[in-house]
Design a protein around this ligand. Structure first.
Ligand SMILES: Cc1ncc(COP(=O)(O)O)c(C=O)c1O
Length: 402
């Protein structure tokens, strides 16, 4: 990221801050890292974390698949030309499931009895059809040595191994040659930096699949451990390498006949996005110094899984302690609660917040401020405006009709 190039672009196109950028050069770093460490695996991008079509097309060109959970996301993935799709979700219409079953590149993850009934009906009424299926499983993970946010909680998605849905799924795979068992799917981690939860779940799965093989003589072709990997940053990079390394090694030890699948969302998208804004005021509240910025939390919704960081001016813990915020009252509306600046900072200075490529634009709305203008930076350095000020005005008229 070259701040003078960004500023020159803004001047040349008469754009005012805040402007959000998705940067292919940043995307390249995460794709290169995961491809190097999980080289014998299939990586699917969890589309729900970012809908920028240019970024989706880039991931598709880099041979990632798309993990989607609705028809809207499925259609986006097709538009972006992903070669492989995993379709997750609940409450998908029959018409949509049939559309997906007709696509040879799509694996349908079934989660309910109704999903299974639709698959059976499809096979019965299409004599030539065969379909790639997956089942979403869940185990009681409360005994894991390392807790994950999903360990103890009830979750609507997935099936326990003694459930009717799973039994029916097994029976379909056993009795219907045209129903292929492609994937066992799980998703149980979030912002994870350690391999332990993945390794422990793999061990549970290995034991379970050995039982299934003995009892029914069937096996899935691939094992999908879901997403939940921490956002990439200078601080997390080495831990992420260790995580991927251990997961890949343990997978190779445990499963000789299956391929590993992972479907990260925020690991792939968060670090690809940053916002250029301005310091519009500086306010001291007791001992805390707040930089008030035009980068609004109407887009950078600060939920607990967000990992926004100050990229410019440079910061490290030897500098002055500050917070970065906007004008919305709620105390969760701080972009970065505690960080540091290493140089004197004044009203009017430029500021860049990174780690904003995931779950920001998909949540963005008119709340206090308007959604951002968005640009896409290609690897060549070319910058394209993908949401112009005119588009923002159009959104304005849709939100606030005359
Ligand atoms: C099934 C599934 N896969 C992948 C993801 C992506 O998760 P993350 O962005 O934490 O990697 C999610 C997120 O909710 C999910 O539900």
């Amino acid at each position: 990221m070259n701040i003078s190039a960004l500023k020159n672009f803004l001047i040349a196109h008469n754009l005012k801050t805040p402007v959000m950028f998705y940067d292919e050069n940043e995307a390249e770093k995460v794709v290169a890292l995961i491809s190097e460490y999980l080289k014998n695996s299939d990586i699917y991008f969890a589309v729900k974390s970012c809908y920028n079509l240019n970024l989706l097309r880039y991931f598709a060109r880099r041979n990632l698949g798309a993990e989607v959970m609705s028809e809207l996301e499925f259609d986006l993935a097709q538009r972006a030309k992903f070669k492989k799709i995993i379709l997750n979700g609940l409450g998908r219409s029959e018409q949509f499931l049939i559309k997906a079953l007709k696509q040879k590149n799509t694996t349908l993850i079934v989660d309910t009895m109704r999903d299974l009934d639709i698959v059976k009906k499809y096979i019965a009424t299409h004599s030539q059809a065969s379909c790639q299926l997956g089942i979403r499983l869940r185990f009681d993970l409360s005994g894991l040595h390392v807790a994950t946010p999903y360990s103890g909680k009830e979750n609507k998605l997935g099936n326990y191994t003694d459930s009717e849905v799973y039994k029916e799924f097994i029976s379909l795979i056993q009795n219907e040659k045209r129903a292929k068992w492609d994937i066992v799917h799980m998703h149980f981690a979030i912002n994870e930096l350690c391999s332990e939860p993945y390794v422990e779940v793999m061990k549970i799965l290995r034991k379970h699949l050995t039982d299934i093989k003995q009892k029914y003589n069937i096996m899935p072709q691939r094992i999908d451990l879901g997403g939940g990997i921490e956002v990439y940053s200078a601080n997390s990079k080495d831990k992420l390498k260790n995580l991927f390394n251990s997961v890949a090694n343990e997978f190779a030890n445990l499963f000789s006949h299956q391929k590993l699948v992972m479907e990260p969302g925020r690991f792939l998208s968060a670090s690809t996005g940053y916002v250029l804004g301005k310091v519009i005021d500086i306010k001291k509240v007791k001992t805390k110094k707040w930089l008030i910025t035009d980068i609004g939390t109407n887009v950078l919704i600060p939920n607990q899984n967000a990992r926004y960081e100050l990229l410019h001016p440079l910061s490290d813990s030897r500098g002055e302690n500050i917070g970065i915020t906007d004008g919305i009252t709620s105390s969760v509306n701080n972009i970065v609660e505690d960080t540091y600046v290493n140089q004197p900072i004044q009203i009017g200075d430029d500021i860049i917040i990174g780690g904003v490529g995931a779950y920001t634009d998909v949540y963005s709305t008119f709340w206090g401020y308007a959604p951002f203008v968005i640009c896409y930076i290609y690897k060549s350095g070319r910058i394209k405006i993908t949401r112009s000020p005119k588009d923002v005005n159009l959104l304005h008229s849709v939100f606030f009709p005359k």
